[in-house]
Every structure is written in structure tokens, then in C-alpha cells.
Ligand binder design. Structure first.
Ligand code: NAP
Length: 308
């Protein structure tokens, strides 16, 4: 008598972060997950994920062994800010993983999370973009069955963008505003929607690249106004020019803060983050207001609820 069919095996590089948390919820228990990154994560241990401590940038990482029995690979590992050398080494490591996947006895489907277009100056010079694009191009030329997903601003509990804005607005009753905030846009997308898209793609066959925006395209200031509204406060802003915003971010990062980097201000005000809603999901996209209400309520000591 035949038993239940064996669950498919996903190898993830970088499942310990923001997107990884949603990927675990989305893929388990239908898939088995083999996770590769540098530091242990309690949730992976609790979920009995097969975790291997490895630095993807390390040439000694044994990809043929890690790829044994794998049906799909997903690459999430990247840095928000690092030395140029670190980006280069990580991209080299991702290319070694790609080469090993091509040579596997049964080449896996390959899913890669990338980033939307940045301003041309940054795309041409900043390792965050140039090294990411090197990996994007290598995958597109690999001959593997692949999908590159390029989400705009992601949100989920514990994120370092919207969640941080909520905390700053709650604590200081003030947010910085770059220019008037009405001429550039963002369409935040839930990390759980990205994870859902990744699962659908893992189970699909088509190759190519897709940009992912959430259901609503906000002028930036509309979104920050919403943050204040969910905290029950009137919006108050520290007005800065875009170049003043970059200088503030440079000062913060020179002081060791990870709050905001100059390239993030330049990217935001270049109006490239208001991507259209992603239409490939098998269910409606989540609305950011639900998340804002829950997070505002959480900070006010109201579990999961909105603040009046
Ligand atoms: N967050 C956003 O708003 C956003 C928007 C668009 C696209 N993206 C893209 O989405 C992907 C996932 O982002 P995220 O927000 O989930 O990032 P994250 O929270 O910083 O998580 C990154 C993961 O990569 C691992 N990692 C980093 N360097 C590594 C290395 N050298 N070797 C092995 N593992 C390494 C980290 O684990 P260890 O530290 O344990 O190694 C962690 O598990 C990235 O490619 C990012 O560019 C993110």
C-alpha cells in the first residue's frame, strides 16, 4: 500500500529574518524547510526546521550537500547596509549556490527576492543595487526554472520601516518629512502576501521577474498621516528638504544608528516605490491599515486592537 506522498523540500538562504518568518508560516507544514544562515533563531528551532549554520559568503559552504533532495531554492539573504566588500562576497556566494543548483542531478526551481528599481545613480554605483543586479542577471541567464520577485516596502510585526515609524511617532509625536511628501508614493505590501506569492511560485513553473506592490498606492504623506491617525494623534512633521533628509540619515548612520540610510531617502523621494498592486495572488492583498491598527494597539497595551 502506498503511503502519503513525500512533502517537497525547500532550501532557504536567509529564512531567519522578516520575510523568512512569513515564509515559515506559509510553507509549513505542506513543505519541509532546510534553512541556511549564520545565527540561530528560536522560532525555527520551535518549528523543528532543519537549520544549518553557514555564511552564504563563505566559499567553503558545501552547496552540493545542502542541495541534496531539494525541490526549490529561495534566496532571501541580503544586507540593508554593509561594506562594499560584504555585498560582493555575498553576491559571489549566491552565484556559487546558483552554479551548484544548475549542476544538481535534479535542478531545483529557483526563487529569488530582489528589490524594485532604484534611481539610476544608485543602480550604477551603490553595491546594495549593483551586486543585487549581478545576482538577478546570473539567475535570469542560468537556464534554471526561476522567478525573481521584487517587492516594494514590506511590513510585518517586527519590521524596520513602518513599525519603526510607528514607534518614533508614538514616542516623539513627530516624524521627519522629506519635501512635502505628496509627490512620491509607496504601496506597502504585507510580508505574508510576499510569502504567499513565493509559495504559489514555488509550486508553479513559469520563469521571469515580477514587481509586487500592495493594494493601495499612497502619497507618502498620506501614509504617515495614517500612522498618526492610528495612534490617535494629529500629524506633526519635522520639515526637511530631500537633501536635508539624506544629511540627517548620514548623521544617524555615522552615529551607529540603523534607523535610516541616505540611499533609502533618495530611493523614497525618487517616486519608485509606489508599485501597482500585485495581481498574481489567489486571495485579496492585505491592507496596511489592519497592520497599523494592530501595531498601534499592541504598543498601547491593547493586544491586537486599534487605539481609539
Ligand atoms: N524588508 C523590506 O522592506 C524589503 C523590501 C524589498 C525587498 N527586500 C528583500 O527581501 C529579502 C529579505 O529581506 P528581509 O527584510 O527578510 O531581511 P532580514 O530581515 O535582514 O533577513 C535577512 C536574512 O538573511 C540572512 N543573512 C544575511 N546575510 C547572510 C549571510 N552572509 N549568510 C547567510 N545568511 C545571511 C540573515 O540571517 P543571519 O543574520 O542569521 O545570517 C536573515 O535570516 C532581501 O533580499 C531584501 O533585499 C526586503
Amino acid at each position: 500500500m502506498k503511503g502519503a506522498p513525500e512533502r517537497r523540500l525547500l532550501l532557504v538562504g536567509g529564512a531567519g529574518g522578516l520575510v523568512g518568518r512569513s515564509v515559515l508560516s506559509e510553507f509549513l507544514p505542506g513543505w519541509r524547510i532546510r534553512s541556511v544562515h549564520r545565527s540561530p533563531v528560536a522560532r525555527e528551532r520551535d518549528l523543528r526546521v532543519e537549520w544549518f549554520r553557514a555564511d552564504i559568503a563563505d566559499p567553503a559552504t558545501d552547496w552540493p550537500a545542502l542541495l541534496t533532495g531539494v525541490d526549490a531554492v529561495m534566496t532571501l539573504a541580503w544586507y540593508r547596509w554593509e561594506r562594499p566588500r560584504a555585498f560582493r562576497d555575498l553576491a559571489d556566494g549566491l552565484e556559487r549556490l546558483l552554479a551548484a543548483a544548475r549542476q544538481a542531478p535534479r535542478p531545483p526551481r529557483f526563487l529569488h527576492v530582489s528589490v524594485p528599481d532604484g534611481p539610476p545613480r544608485l543602480e550604477a554605483t551603490l553595491p546594495y543595487f549593483t551586486e543585487k543586479r549581478r545576482v538577478d542577471r546570473a539567475l535570469a541567464a542560468s537556464g534554471l526554472s526561476y522567478r525573481i520577485l521584487r517587492p516594494t516596502m514590506l511590513y510585518a510585526p517586527g519590521d524596520r520601516l513602518l513599525g519603526v515609524m510607528l514607534r518614533i511617532a508614538r514616542r516623539y509625536h513627530l516624524l521627519p518629512m522629506f519635501g512635502d511628501g505628496r509627490r512620491y508614493h509607496v504601496s506597502p505590501i504585507a510580508a505574508e502576501d510576499l510569502a504567499r506569492a513565493l509559495r504559489q511560485e514555488a509550486e508553479g513553473t513559469g520563469s521571469g521577474s515580477s514587481d509586487l506592490g500592495g493594494p493601495v498606492r499612497y502619497a507618502y504623506r498620506e501614509l504617515t498621516d495614517l500612522v498618526f491617525r492610528h495612534l490617535g494623534r494629529s500629524p506633526r512633521y519635522l520639515p526637511l528638504s530631500p537633501s536635508g533628509g539624506r544629511r540627517l540619515a548620514a548623521l544617524l548612520s555615522a552615529a551607529g544608528s540603523t534607523l535610516l540610510y541616505p540611499y533609502e531617502v533618495e530611493w523614497l523621494v525618487s517616486d519608485r516605490l509606489g508599485l501597482p498592486p500585485y495581481e498574481g495572488l489567489d486571495r485579496p492583498l492585505r491592507h496596511v491599515e489592519r497592520y497599523l491598527a494592530a501595531e498601534a494597539g499592541r504598543g498601547a497595551g491593547v493586544p491586537g486592537g486599534a487605539q481609539a
